[in-house]
Design a protein around this ligand. Structure first.
Ligand SMILES: NC(=O)C1=CN([C@@H]2O[C@H](COP(=O)(O)OP(=O)(O)OC[C@H]3O[C@@H](n4cnc5c(N)ncnc54)[C@H](O)[C@@H]3O)[C@@H](O)[C@H]2O)C=CC1
Ligand SMILES: CC(=O)C(C)=O
Length: 257
C-alpha cells in the first residue's frame, strides 16, 4: 500500500517542491497551506499530473487546524506515514526595532506550528502502531544567527531544539524526528527578505541582499526546491531509519558544522 505524506505550506516554494518529489517517490500527498487560492491551483496541478492527492487549508499556528489536517489525511487515505512541518514565515528587523507583534507572530507560526504539527502526527503514528517520520523545516539560520534576521533565526534555533527533544521522547514509539536546513533558495520568502533588507541600507538596491548571500555560497549558485527535496526524500525514506534528532544543512556550502 502507498505511504501517505503531509507537507504543510506546500502551495508554493520549497513545500511544493518537496510534495512533488515525495509524490515521485510513491507517496500519496496531502497538500496544505493558509493560502486557499494558491492551494487550489497547486492541487489542480498535482491532480492533472496524476498524483493521488488532496488539499487541506489551515493555519499551522492553530493547534486545532493541525489536528484537523491529520484527521482529513487519515479520512482520505486511511493512514499517515510522514509529516513535513514545512510552513514558515520570515521577518526582517534590526534588533532594537523588534516589536512584540512580530515576535509573537513569527514564533507562533514557525515554532508553535512545528510543535502542534509534530504532536498531531505523533499521536496518529502511535494510534496506528506504525513507524512514523516527522521532518521539520529548520534553516542555516537555525545554526547561525543572522543580523536583521534575529527573530527568524531564534525561531529556527527553537525548531532545532524541538527536533532534538521530540526525537528523544518519541524514539521509543518508532518515530524519527529530523530537520532540513536550507541556505538560500529564491522563493517568495527571499523576495520579501531582500525587499525589506535593502530598505535599511542607503547603499543597497533591490536584489543586493539576496546577491550578497548567494555570493557566499561555495558551490556558486542559489538553492532550488529540488535540492531541498532530495534531502527530505531521503529523510522520508527507509534509508534514513537509523537517523533521528538531526538538523541537516543543505546550503551548497555557507555554514560549516
Ligand atoms: N527560501 C529559503 O531560502 C529558505 C527557507 N527555509 C524554510 O523553508 C520553509 C519554506 O520556505 P519557502 O518555501 O522559501 O517559503 P515561502 O514563503 O515561499 O512559502 C511558504 C508557504 O507557507 C505558507 N504559509 C505561511 N504561513 C502559514 C501558516 N500559518 N499556515 C500554513 N501555511 C502557511 C505560505 O502561504 C507559503 O505557501 C520555511 O519554513 C522557511 O523558513 C529555510 C531556509 C532557507
Ligand atoms: C531565509 C533563511 O532561512 C535564511 C536567510 O537562512
Amino acid at each position: 500500500m502507498s505511504k501517505v505524506a503531509i507537507v504543510t505550506g506546500s502551495a508554493g516554494g520549497l513545500g511544493k517542491g518537496i510534495a512533488k518529489r515525495l509524490s515521485e517517490d510513491g507517496f500519496k500527498i496531502v497538500l496544505h497551506d493558509i493560502n486557499k487560492k494558491m492551494l487550489d491551483s497547486t492541487l489542480k496541478e498535482f491532480k492533472d499530473a496524476g498524483v493521488d492527492s488532496i488539499a487541506v487549508a489551515g493555519d499551522v499556528s492553530k493547534r486545532d487546524d493541525q489536528f484537523n489536517l491529520v484527521k482529513e489525511a487519515v479520512d482520505a487515505f486511511g493512514q499517515l506515514d510522514v509529516f513535513v512541518n514545512n510552513a514558515g514565515i520570515d521577518v526582517v528587523s534590526p534588533f532594537l526595532e523588534i516589536d512584540e507583534n512580530e515576535l509573537n507572530k513569527t514564533f507562533s507560526v514557525n515554532v508553535n506550528g512545528t510543535v502542534f504539527g509534530t504532536q498531531a502526527a505523533a499521536k496518529q503514528f502511535i494510534k496506528q502502531g506504525t513507524k512514523g517520520k516527522v521532518i521539520n523545516a529548520c534553516s542555516i539560520a537555525g545554526h547561525e544567527s543572522y543580523e536583521m534576521l534575529g527573530t527568524y533565526s531564534a525561531t529556527k534555533h527553537a525548531v532545532r531544539s524541538f527536533t532534538h527533544t521530540a526525537s528523544k521522547e518519541l524514539a521509543a514509539d518508532n518515530i524519527r524526528v529530523n530537520a532540513y536546513c536550507p541556505g538560500v533558495a529564491g522563493t517568495s520568502m527571499w523576495d520579501r527578505i531582500d525587499e525589506e533588507m535593502v530598505k535599511y541600507y542607503d547603499n543597497m538596491e533591490r536584489g543586493d541582499a539576496y546577491k550578497q548571500f548567494v555570493d557566499g555560497i561555495s558551490l556558486g549558485r542559489s538553492q532550488e526546491p529540488e535540492d531541498v527535496a532530495n534531502l527530505v526524500s531521503f529523510l522520508a525514506s527507509d534509508d534514513s531509519d537509523y537517523i533521528t534528532g538531526q538538523a541537516i544543512i543543505t546550503d551548497g556550502g555557507i555554514v560549516y558544522r
